[in-house]
Design a binder for this molecule. Structure first.
Ligand code: ACO
Length: 342
């Protein structure tokens, strides 16, 4: 789908927050687990380290602090949240949803709360849904959370995947504003490519059995070369599509927040699109690929380094399992002074 925002209803991000676990896992530590090296990981991916959730931490434990920060920044009490979406592929459990768990833990009893599964693109899909619910007049305040605890579905004996990922979560508050905010979205899915990035067992196709566990089918599997080709293609095509739909030149983009899977993929996309390095947000070096957490973590980074200021044009593009992709173009509206926003 591709859609330009409804000009009569300006909706924007009015608060954000993020959380990463304390435990840092370095490339050198990984080199003691599998046949790899700091040099190989840095050269091929740009990743220096990633965060790993503690044994007692599930996804909702990462989402709570991120969501609380977003609510505080926006100045919105949790009880006023009417819609709460958690984009993830690693919920606390299949059901109840982490969205419902989070709504309870935050104290948002009136929120419609659920999980959204679109791989690493989940945060972009959730943004579009929340935008649509607000612009359509169904709700006034939506909390969108993207996060994953991918360390729980990594095969720590598979060097082709376990070096790439990390744990983290980010949250944003969406509300109506006077002007600015979202300009448009482009989202897509190619289920035919799903085979290149999946976790085969644990669902209704292959329920958990002693055999499925012995065959290591409860871990993420990826054909890195195919996903690399897909990622370099859609990061460019999706961004170009949303820019065109919004009649916007790429030269006007002030801040580019792409999904953080690999610095080489990001560099390729930025170069093809013609976005200079100083407009590109990178956190994959510190956090690895945090799936649905990567773009909201990027929002927090760009705000912290002063690049996200009112009036700045922000382009975000995600891509991931599905295979899926999604972009949003928005004019940043929120002012942050370390606590409230005006
Ligand atoms: N350490 C050392 N060697 C390794 C490692 C490792 N961790 N992993 C793979 N290799 C080896 C391979 O076995 C291969 O050896 P061979 O030539 O003897 O067969 C060699 O390195 C080169 O392998 P390639 O796959 O060609 O390496 P490439 O440069 O393509 O990098 C990578 C691999 C980093 C996985 C890359 O393909 C990639 O980034 N793919 C996209 C990944 C991605 O974006 N995933 C997530 C997107 S969606 C989401 O976020 C969930």
């Amino acid at each position: 789908m591709i859609g330009r925002a409804n000009g009569d209803a300006a909706v924007s991000i009015t608060g954000f927050g993020c959380y990463v676990p304390e435990r840092v896992l370095t490339n050198d530590e990984l080199a003691r687990l599998v046949d790899t090296s700091d040099e190989w990981i840095r050269e091929r991916t740009g990743i220096r380290e990633r965060r790993i959730a503690g044994p007692e931490q599930a996804l909702s434990d990462l989402c709570v602090p991120a969501a609380e920060q977003a609510l505080e920044h926006a100045g919105v009490p949790a009880r006023d949240v009417e819609l709460l979406i958690v984009a993830t592929v690693t919920p606390d459990m299949f059901f109840p949803s982490t969205g419902a768990i989070l709504a309870d833990r935050l104290g948002a009893p009136d929120a419609a709360a659920y999980d959204l599964s679109a791989g690493c693109t989940g945060f972009m899909y959730a943004l579009a849904q929340a935008y649509g619910m607000i612009a359509g007049g169904l709700v006034d305040r939506a909390l969108v959370v993207g996060g994953d605890v991918l360390s729980r579905i990594m095969d720590w004996t598979d060097r082709s995947t376990c070096v790439l990922f990390g744990d983290g979560a980010g949250a944003v508050m969406l509300e109506r504003v006077d002007a600015g905010g979202f300009h448009g979205f482009e989202l897509g899915a190619d289920g035919g490519g799903g085979v290149h990035l999946n976790m085969p067992a644990g669902g209704s196709r292959i329920p958990a059995t002693a055999e499925s566990i012995a065959a290591r089918q409860h871990f993420a599997r990826m054909n890195g070369r195919e996903v690399f080709k897909f990622a370099t293609r859609v990061l460019v095509s999706s961004a170009a599509a949303v820019l065109e739909a919004c009649d916007t030149s790429v030269d006007d983009v002030d801040v580019y927040i792409p999904h953080q899977a690999n610095v080489r993929i990001i560099d390729h996309a930025a170069k093809k699109l013609g976005i200079p390095d100083d407009r590109v947000v990178i956190n994959v070096d510190r956090f690895g690929n945090t799936s649905s957490g990567s773009i909201p973590l990027g929002i927090a980074d760009a705000a912290a380094d002063g690049r996200l200021r009112p009036g700045k044009l922000v382009l975000m593009t995600g891509m991931g399992a599905g295979l899926t992709w999604g972009s949003a173009l928005m004019e940043w509206t929120a002012v942050f002074d370390g606590g409230g926003n005006g």
